[in-house]
Design a protein around this ligand. Structure first.
Ligand code: F6P
Length: 499
């Protein structure tokens, strides 16, 4: 079990201002910036320094980081509460041979179905409605939104919310006779997804589609349930139970991206992620990017007691990245028990939040610069603009991004306290060469492995998510039994809404 005592050597390190660290360490930038997989990582504006890295390396050695990493890639059980391995890297070709083989087989099946759809075997398809939620929606949505802007293949809508307004907005735009339904659910039981899937089927039927189930594709680890629901076996794209929901965009859950962006783009995405897998798997701890990033994360959460971290994408194409990361980080590491089942002695995941630059500067950055909360910030930007507008736009965007990091760190004194900036506020910057499938794949894999490293350094299981179950169960009770055994406040709300 990891305890505060394990972190004692890091608590004992002197807390120095970022600007002092730069003055004291002439090599600071070169020591804390790294290049990998088409990305530049600059951690120099965090409080990491060589003594702190040495202390964290000692801690990760003590906690068996290399053994945990080996077990992950070997496909061993790293999710003991559910008795499962976590084999998302195998989807990218890095992992246990049998699992990689299985994933490749599933991918060939997906490719064959995509070829058939492109060949109009299911009729002329122009639109795709992908229904799924959580990991069965956030990843595909990020990919399609980030990479599909210039691709003219299919109109893809990812619908997650059970709120009918979400589907209705899509129904207004799409022609039911030219629509394919993709039902994405690992378990094929999730209430929101199944309800949305039924509504799409009904809409198709009303729109004159004779056999709407013939236009449905299932992306699932529960093929029997999909078949029972009505999808023909030939249109079920299975994936392995050992791929967790929030790590599933690499499996058939990525179908709308593979169909919407084209197979070559999908393969590049997997290759980019595999490049990061190899970096994570083979690079020694002292140069290992996900691990080093996790050192800073754990320092701020455990030693400084900072409760949130913020991610700002200075790139419109990555506007959905913060919400993707919210699930990845908080559903994985928002736990209060250790992997041994004891009460956690140190803070678990910070709250991940964020937004898009420059918009966020005019909304939330006031607090980042002058609020009483210190928030470690991550900036993500791309050197290539990815649009054809005048260079001035991209120049202004990147100038703002770099200025924010500098301003947070240096601050600025003023005789008027209301106009003073305290500075010493940490940030890291990830500069991508471009936003393309390969780089985005590597970036997402970087975050997955960083999340895993954070779990190892916290001593928790990042691969289960029992915290979401109670609310689901109670919602079911309200739906089936009405007021049931609820408290007076909940009973009153039920009565007001449902009569
Ligand atoms: O409610 C949490 C969760 O289980 C996530 O972990 C998962 O990504 C999501 O629900 C959707 O689950 P499924 O793919 O089984 O529909």
């Amino acid at each position: 079990m990891v305890t505060k005592t394990d972190y004692a050597p890091i608590f004992e390190l002197p807390q120095r201002r970022l600007t002092d660290l730069f003055s004291a360490e002439p090599d600071r930038l070169s020591q804390l910036s790294f290049d990998a997989a088409g990305m530049h990582f600059d951690f120099s504006k965090t409080h990491l320094d060589q003594p702190m890295i040495a202390a964290f390396l000692a801690l990760s050695g003590k906690l068996g980081f290399e053994e945990h990493r080996r077990a992950l890639f070997a496909g061993e059980i790293v999710n003991p509460t559910e008795g499962r391995p976590a084999e998302h890297p195998a989807e990218r070709g890095v992992g246990k041979a049998e699992s990689v083989e299985l994933a490749k087989g599933y991918q060939s099946r997906m490719r064959a179905l995509i070829d058939a759809i492109e060949g109009e075997a299911l009729g002329p398809i122009r639109h795709v409605i992908h229904v799924g939620i959580g990991g069965s929606a956030l990843g595909p949505n990020l990919l399609v939104d980030a990479l599909g802007r210039d691709v003219d293949r299919y109109d893809v809508a990812i619908v997650s919310n059970v709120d009918g307004a979400a589907l209705e907005a899509v129904f207004r735009k799409f022609d039911p006779t030219a629509t394919l339904l993709a039902v994405a659910s690992k378990t094929f039981t999730t209430t929101e997804t199944m309800m949305n899937a039924e509504s799409v089927i009904a809409w198709m039927q009303e729109g004159g589609v004779e056999d709407p189930y013939g236009r449905a594709v299932a992306l699932t680890a529960a093929p029997d349930k999909a078949m029972e629901w009505g999808v023909d076996e030939t249109r079920i794209l299975p994936f392995s139970e050992s791929v967790g929901g929030r790590y599933s965009l690499w499996s058939s859950i990525g179908f709308p991206a593979a169909l919407g962006l084209g197979w070559d783009a999908y393969e590049s995405l997997l290759e980019g992620a595999a490049e990061m897998d190899r970096h994570f798997k083979l690079t020694p701890p002292e140069q290992n990017l996900p691990l080093i990033a996790a050192f800073a994360d754990r320092y701020y959460a455990v030693v400084r007691g900072l409760e949130t971290r913020a991610v700002f994408a200075y790139d419109e194409r990555l506007r959905l990245l913060p919400s993707y990361l919210q699930q990845l980080e908080m559903e994985s590491n928002g736990k209060s028990v250790t992997i041994e089942g004891e009460a956690l002695d140190i803070p678990s995941s910070p709250i991940t939040w964020g937004g898009v630059g420059t918009d966020a500067q005019h909304a939330v950055f006031q607090l980042l610069h002058q609020g009483t909360h210190v928030v470690p910030v991550e900036f993500i930007a791309s050197i290539d603009p990815g649009h054809a507008l005048d260079d001035g736009h991209h120049h202004a965007l990147l100038a703002s991004c770099f200025a924010q990091g500098a301003a947070l760190m240096t601050g600025k004194g003023n005789d008027d306290p209301a106009r003073a900036y305290p500075g010493n506020r940490p940030s890291s910057t990830i500069l991508l060469d471009q936003v393309d499938p390969r780089t985005l794949g590597a970036l997402i894999a970087f975050y997955e492995h960083r999340t895993f490293c954070n779990a190892v350094l916290t001593g928790i299981n990042p691969f289960d998510q029992f915290g979401v179950e109670l609310g689901k169960q109670m919602a079911k009770e309200i739906s089936t039994e009405g007021t049931g055994n609820f408290d007076v406040s909940t009973k009153d709300l039920i009565a007001r809404a449902f009569g």
